[in-house]
Design a protein around this ligand. Structure first.
Ligand code: 5AD
Ligand code: SF4
Length: 435
């Protein structure tokens, strides 16, 4: 068939960003062209998120807006496609294809059929028993790239819709992960972030997550290796021990705590207590003294009292998080928590979110200020423009943002800097001599 111009947009998490990349490369392999605006596109693909109601409302708004492009075949994929299925044809009448989370390989033929014959198609089957062999994403495309290592989640946290939409955990083979990492590194990437809902659950025969990370470091030329996300119940000293000995394995962990009260953690089915969580942080810092920890927190889970919310604030004061993503609880149909009464009022949730954000920012400022004057190696990943002033931006291994004056440096360079000032949680650095 004639090559089509395809435009893709991604909502939600890093996993979706990666999947969108994979979809683009599947279509490019079939000879189609990826375009950067929807204006002249023959096909528009929106990859969606269902984790909170707000995410779905935004995606639906955007789909209604994109419905203006009457000549394009409109495709919805990702979590909201999986959750709403063919009901999406009624919600957004211009939608022609609904493709669930396990059906991206079917997209080229479905798009061709929709262009040729018209009609509507929905693909929602999940292949939970199947192997997970992601077709590799494009080799070229920036200094920092994602590589997916697992698909799905079986933790069934009581508030979370993900296990219902992404299915059981499937691990990709270590060989295929190493091939993709080598290929993106050959294409110019310096940093790779290994992705999964809970990467610590990775298993390929006898290779576990640390075994995989060790093989990637030994067998590829990647300059920096990161990972997202880890479940606090599953992380153990092995990850931190590898970080302590492998300079290229970045000293940062995203470890969602979700709440600070044991009763709420149990109701969330998280599988750990406040004390075991804090114990893991102590262990992490004993093994990797400078490690940065970031987290996710939900406020207003059903029946959460003021006192229990106060325990979340106390935990944030104690945990020394570099950053926290904070959310108001949003009931998701079909989850265990959706059977409980959503009894924390909207006003109260908002109030708690604001109070939480204040403490998060205070703590964040305190942690970052303590770094002033220290040295760090930053990986440059682009330019930043502020009025007249142009600078280069980079990240430390701890994932902290640093701006440096423009110089004869390039994206992808790793350079030593001294952290001089802190402006809105971003450091301004000066280039330092190499040690
Ligand atoms: N309501 C609010 N936040 C949620 N998250 C997941 N499900 C919900 C929900 N129903 C948050 C969790 C998770 C992050 C990705 O989204 O904090 O770690
Ligand atoms: Fe959802 Fe819990 Fe799985 Fe994360 S670990 S995707 S919060 S069920």
């Amino acid at each position: 068939m004639n090559p089509l111009r395809v435009y893709c947009e991604s909502f939600g998490c890093q996993m979706n960003a990666y999947d969108t990349d994979v979809i683009e490369s599947i279509l490019e392999e079939r000879g189609h062209a990826i375009v950067r605006t929807p204006d002249a596109a023959d096909c528009i693909i929106v990859n969606t998120c269902s984790v909170r109601d707000h995410a779905e409302q935004r995606a639906i708004g955007r789909l209604l807006d994109l419905s203006r492009h009457r000549d394009a075949v409109l495709v919805v994929c990702g979590c909201m496609a999986q959750r709403l299925g063919s009901a999406l044809f009624d919600i957004v009448p211009a939608v022609r294809i609904v493709a669930g989370t396990d059906s991206y390989a079917l997209l080229p033929d479905a798009i061709a059929a929709a262009v040729r014959e018209g009609g509507r198609f929905a693909f929602l089957e999940m292949d939970e028993a199947g192997a997970y062999e992601a077709p590799a994403s494009k080799a070229n495309g920036g200094v920092s790239r994602y590589v997916s290592i697992t698909k799905g989640c079986e933790n069934y946290c009581s508030y979370c819709i993900v296990p219902y939409l992404r299915g059981k955990v499937r691990s990709r083979s270590a060989d295929s992960i190493i091939r993709e990492t080598s290929s993106v590194v050959a294409g110019g990437a310096k940093e790779v972030t290994l992705l999964g809902q809970n990467v610590i659950a990775y298993r390929d025969g006898r290779v576990d997550f640390c075994g995989l990370a060790g093989r990637i470091l030994a067998e590829t030329e990647v300059s920096r290796l990161r990972f997202l996300t880890s479940h606090p119940r599953d992380v153990d000293a092995a990850v931190f021990e590898l970080m302590a000995i492998e300079r290229r394995f970045c000293s940062h962990i995203h470890l969602p705590v979700q709440a600070g009260s044991d009763r709420i953690l149990a109701a969330m089915n998280r599988g750990y207590t406040r004390e075991t969580y804090l114990g893991k942080l102590r262990e992490a810092r004993r093994i990797v003294p400078g490690i940065a920890v970031t987290t996710d927190i939900i406020v207003g889970f059903p029946s959460e009292t003021d006192d229990e919310f106060g325990q979340t604030l106390d935990l944030v004061r104690e945990a020394r998080f570099d950053a926290a993503f904070t959310f108001q609880y949003s009931p998701r149909g079909g989850t265990a928590a959706s059977a409980m009464s959503d009894d924390v009022s909207a006003g109260k949730k908002k109030e708690r979110l604001l109070a939480l954000n204040e403490v998060v920012q205070e703590e964040r400022a305190r942690i970052l200020q303590a770094q002033l004057g220290s040295r760090a190696e930053i990986l440059l990943d682009g330019a930043a423009q502020k009025g007249e002033y142009r600078s280069l931006k980079g990240r430390t291994p701890e994932f902290r943002n640093v701006l440096v004056p423009p110089d004869s440096l390039n994206d992808g360079d790793i350079v030593p800097v001294v952290l001089k000032r802190l402006v809105n949680f971003t450091f301004e650095g000066e280039l330092a001599a190499r040690k």
